[in-house]
Design a protein around this ligand. Structure first.
Ligand code: SAH
Length: 389
């Protein structure tokens, strides 16, 4: 979306609506979008029980704290940056999107101009020439810390000092700049190698009253306002008393586990991404959560080993990626047999499949709560409570 909407009404007049494809539901009013998502959840989850009313946003714009832009060149040689048109490699040039953080959008437009000024070119995948592939900007909405990640095919950065000087003069709000080296032909945006060009190399943000360190490659929820709503529901469902052993599976930088830690006996988190686990361990210290430990492992493997070792958990929070959980995870989960499972999902289809498995193995679904984390898109998040029947 490019223009300022008067209200959260139908067709907010974004000139890129058809080209971009990011806002699949923009032809609906926000109220219609919420009904659409509610109906989707009911369709997939009603066999497990009553679906509570979706929790929407009061102000469903500018909610994205992370903005990613691909860089390219038009046939006429003009530098553009924005999103890939759905299922293509064509870049739709975006200056200002109503879903995205405004500061982040402005920084990306500045970088476009600075490339021109410093005679740097976007990377050309076919020819293998040029400098800049993507830019990622993340802002801590509570702390105002801003991370800029420049993704380049090699570690070379001609005229680095002058470029950085210009960028930081024009945007003094930037607190860290990272160069991420990604030379591979891949759909992954960030490479493994990171060079910190300015600042600490990470940002911090505050969520549910706790402070979290976020590295470039770590997952962090993109809508922090609704994340607090989502986690609030997850905690309500878990109803911790202070004694429980809690498992936070697919824990990212440890946010759910560390929100739970104050109300639990001990917390164990597991996550595949090593950078995120490093963040989670530091986040435990930042929040004085001496009762929280984090491990880097495949969640299915970790759970299987824990089940074989005869370990126990009272409450398991699970928040898998879109594909849902795999069978080793689910089998180990029913062996561990926690009294409560709080299942957070960004994909109702795979969640329904996994709930089906858990219900066949002694669980029943007690609560189903949709939360609108991604207004104007077709995505919906759900949090479900399962208990032993
Ligand atoms: N609970 C966190 C993160 C959820 S996103 C939060 O609310 O912020 C899902 C996370 O699962 C990502 O951090 C991803 O790196 C991780 N992940 C993906 N596959 C995994 C696997 N097989 N085992 C463990 N973690 C995995």
């Amino acid at each position: 979306m490019q223009t300022q909407p008067k209200k959260a009404g139908r067709g907010n007049g974004c000139p890129l609506y058809k080209k971009c494809g990011g806002c699949q539901l923009q032809n609906m009013t926000y109220a219609e979008q919420l009904s659409f998502k509610q109906a989707k959840c009911i369709r997939h989850l009603k066999r497990f029980g009553h679906v509570e009313e979706i929790l929407g946003m009061a102000e469903p714009f500018r909610y994205r704290n992370k903005v990613q832009a691909a860089f390219g060149t038009t046939r006429g040689g003009k530098i553009i940056s924005g999103v890939y048109q759905s299922s293509s490699h064509n870049i739709v040039c975006v200056d200002n999107c109503m879903l995205e953080d405004e500061t982040a959008d402005r920084i990306i437009v500045t970088i476009r101009a600075l490339l021109q000024k410093h005679r740097l070119r976007p990377f050309d995948e076919d020819r293998g020439t040029g400098f800049l592939r993507h830019v990622l900007v993340r802002r801590g909405f509570q702390t105002n810390e801003v991370m800029v990640v420049l993704v380049t095919p090699t570690a070379l950065f001609p005229g680095k000092k002058e470029f950085l000087k210009d960028l930081l003069t024009l945007h003094p709000e930037i607190t860290t700049v990272i160069q991420s080296v990604n030379g591979a032909k891949t759909s992954l945006v960030l490479g493994r190698q990171e060079l910190v060009l300015f600042g600490k190399g990470y940002i911090e943000d505050i969520l549910c009253g706790r402070r979290f360190r976020i590295s470039a490659r770590s997952f962090y929820q993109i809508n922090p306002v609704q994340t607090e709503v989502l986690y609030g529901k997850a905690m309500e469902f878990a109803a911790l008393t202070g004694k429980e052993t809690v498992l936070d599976a697919y824990c990212g930088i440890g946010t759910i586990g560390l929100v739970a830690a104050e109300r639990a006996g001990q917390v164990v988190g597991v996550e595949l991404n090593a950078d995120a686990v490093r963040d989670a361990k530091i986040n435990a210290k930042l929040n004085n959560a001496g009762n929280a430990r984090f491990y880097c492992a495949d969640a299915g493997r970790f759970m299987t080993e824990a089940a074989q070792a005869g370990e126990r958990a009272d409450v398991v929070f699970m928040d898998p990626p879109r594909a849902g959980s795999d069978l080793p995870f689910l089998r180990a989960l029913v062996t561990l047999a926690p009294k409560k499972i709080v299942y957070i999902s960004c994909n109702v289809e795979t969640q329904a499949r996994d709930l089906g498995f858990l219900c066949k193995h002694g669980y029943r679904v007690g609560r189903i709560q949709p939360v609108d984390m991604f207004p104007h898109t077709g995505h919906v998040e759900t949090v479900c409570l399962l208990t032993h029947s």
